[in-house]
Design a protein around this ligand. Structure first.
Ligand SMILES: Cc1cc2nc3c(=O)[nH]c(=O)nc-3n(C[C@H](O)[C@H](O)[C@H](O)COP(=O)(O)O)c2cc1C
Length: 211
């Protein structure tokens, strides 16, 4: 007897496809993204269709859906207008604020301001960063691709600077994973705080990579 069921995405409504995608690709990292409108309004929103894509050069991706009325989300529009964004690593203590920042506000409203989140200048982009985040990726738009029926805005961003708080660094200058408290996303409204790590060396590779 076949103990698997097959779910055909083509037979699902868009909301069901979404539910399956976020339930089975887990845990996902969350990019907490600031952008700035040409008029200067700073926007903040979380994206878990977020990942590293290549390292040389370092590129991250964002998969940004459209709003119900088919219009672009503020993040996608701002990135296309200004060519810049900052993706912040979400840690345990940020969970509530990160989820609150996903509220759909009108483009003239600023989530960091409404949530009382302090902003600081970035080094290599004009978009400010969240003071509370210990890891920030300052990014420049590398490529934009419209995908699918939504369509969705798929953004590739080149990391111009890894900005890392010095208390996360090991004496050799590498990032000490034991000091990080990353928050992953699961299906539905579930999250996965990383609380335990295991180390397994790859065949033929050193345990520690060069800082
Ligand atoms: C943890 C989390 C992850 C999310 N991931 C995505 C995502 O990958 N793509 C997306 O389009 N929306 C995602 N959302 C929803 C957006 O954050 C939400 O639509 C937000 O209002 C977009 O803001 P903006 O219009 O200011 O860009 C996510 C929400 C949460 C809470």
């Amino acid at each position: 007897m076949d103990r698997y069921v097959t779910i055909d995405p083509d037979a699902l409504r868009p909301s069901q496809k979404y539910a399956w995608m976020i339930a089975v690709v887990v845990p996902r990292p969350i990019g907490w993204v600031t952008t700035r409108s040409p008029g200067g309004v700073v926007n903040l929103a979380p994206f878990s269709f977020f990942n590293g894509v290549t390292s040389h050069p370092p590129i991250v991706s964002l998969g940004i859906g459209r709003r119900r009325d088919g219009t672009r989300k503020d993040t996608a529009r701002n990135i296309l207008d200004t060519g810049e964004f900052v993706a912040h690593l979400v840690e345990h203590e940020h969970l509530e604020a990160m989820v609150a920042s996903s509220a759909e506000l009108p483009p003239e409203a600023s989530e960091p301001e409404q949530l009382g989140l302090e902003l600081v200048s970035s080094e290599r982009v004009g978009v400010p960063a969240l003071a509370a985040a210990r890891v920030r990726l300052e990014c420049r738009l590398e490529r934009h691709i419209e995908i699918g029926d939504g369509p969705s805005d798929f953004i590739l961003g080149r990391v111009l600077a890894f900005r890392v708080r010095s208390d996360l660094l090991a004496p050799d200058g590498s990032l000490d994973q034991a000091r990080l408290a990353p928050m992953g996303r699961l299906g539905g409204a579930l999250y996965a705080p990383v609380e335990r790590r295991v180390e397994v060396a790859r065949p033929g590779l050193p345990r520690r990579l060069e800082p």
